[in-house]
Design a protein around this ligand. Structure first.
Ligand SMILES: [Zn+2]
Length: 435
């Protein structure tokens, strides 16, 4: 396909023909079906990195496969990060290096042990049944996208586990693109960095332990959902930790003496606006989420997650809690409230929009693959948000997995091919641009 690339007024000849498309589909599908069988569930309660030893098993396989593909500088570190490098094609030594990232672990929300993937050929639009869970049905009510996927091959688990397309689809797609670059020398690209990381699902910022020398200034995570999706915005996220310190007395003789931290905490939290909770918000609406509260009459410890796309709205919520603390300390003399705020991650949009090219090229790559770009917001965070705040600008591209973190998780096989195509197109588009 020939594309007139407007930002630099140059014509670029991109050709991903049927032969390459078939190669990508077969390669990514074969890898995906193997990778999902490896148990890589991460563990929130673990303090080690990776949080589960099983993640090394997939890391080892990827390290070997990257070596056998002939990539350079393939290493795996003690934390389970796997890195590789592909030198630029001839004549493109000076172009912008880019990176592609995906994560090894699957969500602890649902078992990822003994995943047995099933391919439902030529999906007919009817409910999909599961071999190991007779009561479970995957229907168009669960996922409206299924309507668009009629006629495609759909992969699910057997209903007793999640599938693990989040993010083994991302890994398989990056690997297929690497295999393709090695196989077809007509595909042009600059320097390419690959990184597979552990424990993304735990939200513990493990990605910041990645070796900065192995991540260029521009990266893309392949960790999004539906085909064509591109995500450049996520929540601005704060956590408030609150300690209420009261005073306990014998209940028979407590008049005008007891300060019951439990009662007071209940009253305090009932002041949070009910409409600003996760269960009453969607799209761009933010919220307070009382995520933990435990204690006794003497002391109550609690934490509240604060989320919004708009920084001012989060500041308003922070001020609201600060004012409430002052009011309650006046209302209950002797009560002490300790209130602390921790900024967990930032909305990556403010970093990424400084360089619109990163988004424009991603959109163009999606269009070149024949898909319509769908710009979504993430009502959560990503590794890319953490990296973007550190100066490594990292939007999120689709991997194709749908209803992730559930036993109904599925992916159309076409998504494996299309995501790999987008990676190839994006790499070639970057050969024409410099930041
Ligand atoms: Zn993911």
């Amino acid at each position: 396909m020939t594309v007139f690339h407007k930002s630099k007024k140059v014509l670029i000849n991109m050709k991903i023909d049927k032969e390459i498309q078939d190669f990508l589909l077969n390669d990514a599908l074969e890898r995906f079906l193997r990778y999902v069988k490896i148990w890589t569930t991460s563990d929130e309660s673990s303090t080690s990195i990776p949080s589960t030893q099983n993640q090394f098993e997939l890391a080892n396989i990827l390290e070997q496969e990257l070596r056998s593909l002939g990539l350079d500088d393939v290493i795996q570190d003690d934390l389970g990060f796997v890195y590789a490098y592909i030198p630029p094609s001839k004549g493109y030594e000076d172009v912008q290096p880019i990176g592609f990232l995906a994560h090894l672990d699957t969500s602890p929300a649902v078992s990822g042990k003994d995943v047995r993937p099933v391919i439902h050929r030529n999906y007919d639009g009817k409910d999909i049944k599961f071999l190991q869970n007779k009561d479970l049905r995957l229907t168009i009510n669960d996922s409206a996208n299924l309507e668009e996927y009629i006629g495609l091959d759909i992969i699910t688990s057997q209903g007793d586990t999640l599938l693990g397309a989040d993010d083994k689809a991302g890994i398989a797609e990056i690997m297929a693109a690497c295999a393709c670059w090695q196989q077809f020398s007509n595909l042009k690209h600059g320097p390419i960095f690959i990184c597979f990381s552990p424990d993304e699902e735990l939200g513990k910022s493990v990605i910041l332990k990645a070796d900065r020398k192995r991540l260029p200034d521009i990266c893309y995570t392949i960790d999004g959902g539906e085909m064509g999706e591109l995500e450049i915005e996520c929540f601005d996220a704060w956590r408030a930790t609150i300690a209420f310190r009261g005073l306990s007395f014998h209940t028979g003789y407590a008049k005008n003496k007891m300060i019951n931290a439990v009662h007071i905490a209940c009253r305090f939290f009932s002041e949070l606006p009910e409409a600003e909770s996760p269960e009453h918000t969607e799209n761009r609406e933010g919220f307070f989420h009382l995520s933990k509260c435990q204690g006794t009459a003497e002391e109550v410890l609690a934490s509240i997650l604060i989320r919004d796309f708009d920084l001012k709205e989060n500041q308003r919520r922070i001020d609201f809690l600060k004012n409430l603390k002052i009011l309650y300390e006046i209302r209950y003399p002797g009560l002490k409230i300790n209130l602390n705020f921790e900024h967990q991650y930032q909305n990556m949009q403010k970093f990424i929009k400084k360089n619109p090219l990163i988004v424009d090229l991603a959109k163009n790559a999606i269009k070149l693959s024949g898909l319509e770009p769908k710009i979504h917001i993430i009502r959560g965070g990503t590794d890319g948000a953490q990296l973007s705040a550190e100066g490594i600008l990292t939007p999120n591209l689709f991997a194709g997995g749908m209803l992730v973190h559930s036993r109904k998780e599925y992916i159309p096989t076409l998504a494996l091919q299309k995501a790999a195509e987008v990676i190839l197109y994006l790499a070639e588009l970057w050969t024409t641009e410099k930041l």
